[in-house]
Design a protein around this ligand. Structure first.
Ligand code: DGT
Ligand code: CA
Ligand code: CA
Ligand code: ZN
Length: 585
């Protein structure tokens, strides 16, 4: 158990107590203790062995010291358990909704016995909350929307939305009007966003610069709290502000002194599992590791704190990219000096999945070629939809042949500055047959086969369907292999292992579709593809020239899967790329 977890338990207890109508002095006591646990550089688990050491911490009195000891011994607090038993654990989830603080929850409990999100949704629908104090129609509409948003995403947000929000907040923070040199110098997203996860639960922003020096943060805290995108403020402390932005994403902004910036960056980047393993390694070496420093266990003196590199080095390890930090073997590899060679954005040479006005894209072939050239690519393939996707204007045999001609014309126009390959994203029909005749497919450079319908088929049916499709000798890439749409549609049921094994035998590549709403295959499945010897083609699936080159989120997934340049055919030059795909009959 580390300090932050203990702080969270205390904070939750304060919230529950406030909902329960507890004495405000007592509520404040828990909040102050939570803040103290979050702030202190003392390792509370170690200090809990002696009450006197806990009492030395400012903000911790006798009763909170006893509470901290109870947390260390039992993993929780008696009062927290008692209140959760009375109201149900649903209250903790309710507290996460924008607009739902302890006061509102107490109001709803008294009026309508609401103790979880389902009950809130039901009461909103039945109109039972109308007329309560501070609950006008506008406020109720906001709550309705908050419930909807929360349910749709289970409280998580797509990486692109999180990153855009992080940029907006960073722009605002970097414009901090510096008085007397008290600047904000850097704003760094940590947490799951820095690790490149496909979705994030909340945004962790680390801020440093002279404005964040200890005991000098008041002005900067007020400035953070005045960010115009804020929906509601959850908590405001000496060096931390938590808030929801419009749309519900929670943001934790931490102001940190430069001297401990590396330790904080390491800690708040996580993952939690990586940190736990790293902390155990530190303890074995006679150190403690927390968000303030790597320190000697004996006397608490700092060993390393300013940069991540120093901390990992002191632990006998190489610094490692955040995408690897999931405790999946990276700690051992790093200690042996054997971290994997990861693919980088600059390694990508081409993009072979995109749509034009011939089906549901917005730009012409020539515009896509010019756009890709501006991205520095050496080749693209034009892969419009086939006729089964009627609503996209998919191509039948006749139009597909005309499209081949037009693509070849543009390829000539480009005079070798970029190669433009012919292709199609041919639909895999319900029974695994392809949507276009082989005579047409045979004339194309890049045939991608994808499932776009009948997602509800059984695992057996879907597996047989896709296996049948990839037996077609003209298919060279299996497109978005699980069909998922992040936070909107689950992957369809399929024996992916069987499909990937067969794809590897046939020399087919599988797609990593880098569109941020897909990211398909996901990181875990990409690992499986590599293990099974199946190569990966990354593509943007652009329907708009402005999306060309947006493969950054996909790149993060490839790196999270430990892929090297040689695992990804998109790192090859144009001729080598075609030669690396399954040979056409
Ligand atoms: P998320 O927000 O669910 O997408 O995932 P993270 O990884 O951003 O998690 P978050 O925001 O709860 O915490 C940020 C980092 O702080 C996390 O990656 C590691 C660190 N951290 C949080 N809670 C704990 C904890 O209980 N123990 C340890 N060792 N580290 C923690
Ligand atoms: Ca987070
Ligand atoms: Ca967080
Ligand atoms: Zn598709």
């Amino acid at each position: 158990m580390d300090n932050r977890t203990m702080a969270r338990l205390l904070e939750e207890t304060a919230d529950l107590l406030e909902i329960d109508g507890g004495d405000s002095f007592r509520v404040r006591g828990y909040r102050r203790a939570a803040e103290a646990a979050e702030q202190t550089t003392v390792d509370l688990t170690v200090a809990a062995a002696e009450v006197t050491r806990l009492l030395e911490i400012p903000g911790i009195g006798k009763s909170m010291a006893a509470n901290l000891q109870a947390i260390v011994q039992t993993g929780t607090l008696p009062l927290r358990e008692e209140l959760l038993a009375r109201y149900g654990a649903g209250l903790l989830e309710l507290l996460k909704l924008p607009g739902m603080g302890p006061k509102t929850i107490a109001l709803f409990w008294d009026a309508a016995k609401i103790a979880n999100i389902d009950q809130l949704a039901e009461a909103l629908e039945a109109g039972r909350l109308a007329g309560l104090p501070r609950m006008g129609p506008k406020q109720l509409d906001k709550l309705r929307k908050a419930v909807e948003d929360y349910r749709r995403s289970a409280g998580r947000f797509r990486i692109d939305a999180a990153e855009e929000e992080a940029h907006r907040i960073a722009d605002y923070l970097l414009a901090f009007p510096a008085a007397a040199g008290a600047r904000i110098d850097t704003v760094t997203p940590a947490g799951s966003l820095r690790r490149g996860r496909e979705t994030v639960g909340d945004l962790d922003l680390l801020v440093t610069g002279p404005a964040c020096a200890a005991a000098n943060t008041a002005a900067a805290v007020e400035y953070v709290a005045a960010y115009p995108g804020i929906h509601d403020i959850i908590a405001k402390g000496e060096n931390k502000v938590s808030f929801h932005v419009e749309g519900g994403l929670q943001v934790d902004v931490r102001l940190l002194p430069t001297a401990s910036y590396g330790a904080a960056l390491q800690y708040f980047t996580g993952s939690k599992a990586h940190n736990v393993a790293l902390r155990q390694r530190a303890l074995r070496m006679g150190y403690t590791l927390n968000e303030w420093a790597l320190a000697q266990l004996e006397d608490g003196s700092t060993v390393a704190s300013a940069t991540e590199e120093e901390i990992y080095a002191a632990l006998g390890m190489e610094w490692m990219p955040p995408e690897l930090r999931e405790n999946l073997g990276e700690i051992e590899r790093s200690a042996r000096g054997e971290l994997p060679q990861l693919i980088c954005p600059g390694d990508i040479r081409g993009d072979v999945h995109m749509h034009t006005t011939a089906s549901d894209g917005r730009n012409s072939i020539r515009e896509m070629a010019d756009g890709a050239l501006a991205c520095g690519y050496r080749y693209i393939a034009i892969t419009d939809h086939s006729k089964a996707l009627a609503m996209t204007g998919g191509l039948d045999e006749k139009r597909a042949l005309e499209q081949i001609k037009r693509v070849r014309e543009v390829d000539r126009e480009m005079e070798g500055r970029i190669r433009v390959f012919t292709g199609i994203e041919v639909d895999i029909l319900g029974d695994g047959a392809l949507d276009l005749d082989n005579e047409v497919l045979a004339q194309m450079d890049v045939v991608i086969a994808s499932v776009h319908s009948r997602f509800e088929q059984s695992r057996e049916e879907m597996t047989a369907r896709v296996l049948r499709a990839i037996e077609n000798p003209y298919v060279r890439i299996l497109g978005h292999p699980t069909g998922r749409l992040l936070l909107r549609r689950e992957p369809f049921a399929i024996d992916l292992g069987a499909v990937l094994r067969r794809a590897a035998e046939l020399g087919l590549a599988v797609e990593h579709n880098a569109a941020p709403e897909r990211l398909d295959l996901c990181d875990r499945d990409l690992r499986l593809a590599k293990e099974l010897g199946c190569r990966v083609a990354m593509s943007s699936d652009s329907h708009d020239a402005r999306n060309l080159g947006k493969m950054g989120y996909g790149m993060r997934q490839l790196r999270r899967a430990w892929l090297a340049p040689e695992d990804v055919v998109s790192t090859l030059g144009p001729d080598e790329f075609l030669a690396a795909l399954r040979a056409r009959p």
